[in-house]
Design a protein around this ligand. Structure first.
Ligand code: HEC
Length: 232
C-alpha cells in the first residue's frame, strides 16, 4: 500500500464510521509522509491503528453509544479500497433482503401528508436526543431526493422520486399489478442494500430509524395516486 492508495481508500469511505476510519487513515498517511519512511505498515496494521484511534477518541454520550463504530459486513466491505468481490456483494444483498420485515396484513400505504412531514424532517439519533425510539425521528428523504414539485430545496445524491408512482403506472395501489412495485419500494426503504450492496441510502427499517407505521407514510407519499408527488 502506498500513499496514493491510502488517500484513495480514505476518499471512498462510506458512512459516519467509514469517514472516521478515513480520518484515521489520513493522519496515519500524513505521519508517514512527515517521517519520510521507506516502508509502510501493512493494511492490516493500519486497520488496527485506525480501530485503536477511533476507540480511544470516542465514548458513550447520551443515546449515542460506542457500538456505532462497529461495522457490519456491508459497511466494512463498502469502505474498503477495493470494490467488493461479486460474491461479497451477492452475500450483502441476500442478507439485507432477509432483514426486511414486511408490513402487517399487507398494508403498504399510510397517509401521504404524514409522509411529507417525515420526509422534510431530518431530526433524530443524535446524542442530544432523549431516546432511540424511532417514533421521534424524521425520515430526511429530501436530503438526497427530489420528491414533490413544491419543495425546491432538496439534495441530489439520490435519483428524483418526483412522480414516483405515476411513472410506474400505479393508479390503484390495491390492484395485484401494483404489488411488485409496492414490495420493491418497501424493501428498498427497509434496507437499501437489498438491491445495491454499497448503497449510500440509510437502511431505515433495519437500522430502526423509522418504524413500520412511518415507512407506510413515506410509501404513501411516493405511491398514493392522490399524493402531490403524483398529481402535480
Ligand atoms: C443519504 C442519502 C439518502 C437518503 C437520506 C435517502 N435516500 Fe433514497 N436513495 C439514495 C441513493 C443514493 C439512491 C440510489 C442508489 C440506490 O439505489 O441505493 C436511492 C434510491 C432510492 C429509491 C429507489 C429509486 C428507484 O428508482 O428505484 C427509493 C424508492 C428511495 N431511494 C426512497 C427514499 C425514501 C422514501 C427516503 C426517505 C425515507 C430516502 N430514499 C432517503 C440516497 C438516499
Amino acid at each position: 500500500m502506498n500513499h496514493h492508495k491510502l488517500y484513495t481508500q480514505a476518499r471512498r469511505a462510506r458512512g459516519p464510521v467509514g469517514r472516521l476510519r478515513a480520518l484515521a487513515l489520513l493522519s496515519a498517511a500524513a505521519a508517514i509522509t512527515a517521517a519520510g519512511c521507506a516502508s509502510l505498515p501493512s493494511p492490516k496494521e493500519l486497520d488496527a491503528q485506525a480501530d485503536a484511534m477511533i476507540k480511544a477518541a470516542f465514548r458513550d454520550q447520551g443515546i449515542a453509544k460506542i457500538d456505532r463504530v462497529q461495522q457490519d459486513l456491508a459497511q466494512s466491505a463498502c469502505s474498503s479500497d477495493k470494490i467488493p468481490a461479486p460474491e461479497t456483494m451477492q452475500k450483502i444483498m441476500q442478507e439485507s433482503m432477509a432483514t426486511v420485515k414486511w408490513p402487517e396484513g399487507g398494508r403498504y400505504l399510510g397517509d401521504w401528508r404524514e409522509g411529507e412531514r417525515l420526509a422534510q424532517n431530518g431530526r433524530g439519533m443524535t446524542w442530544t436526543d432523549a431516546s432511540t425510539d424511532p417514533k421521534g425521528n424524521g425520515a430526511q428523504c429530501y436530503n438526497c431526493h427530489q420528491i414533490s414539485k413544491a419543495e425546491l430545496s432538496y439534495g441530489s445524491l439520490g435519483p428524483s422520486l418526483y412522480q414516483y408512482g405515476k411513472l410506474r403506472g400505479i393508479s390503484d395501489p390495491q390492484s395485484p399489478s401494483a404489488e411488485p412495485i409496492l414490495k420493491y419500494t418497501w424493501a428498498k426503504i427497509w434496507n437499501s442494500n437489498a438491491y445495491m450492496a454499497c448503497s449510500g441510502m440509510p437502511r431505515f427499517g433495519h437500522a430502526k430509524l423509522l418504524n413500520e407505521e412511518q415507512i407506510r407514510h413515506v410509501m404513501a407519499l411516493l405511491l398514493d395516486p392522490k399524493s402531490p408527488v403524483n398529481t402535480q
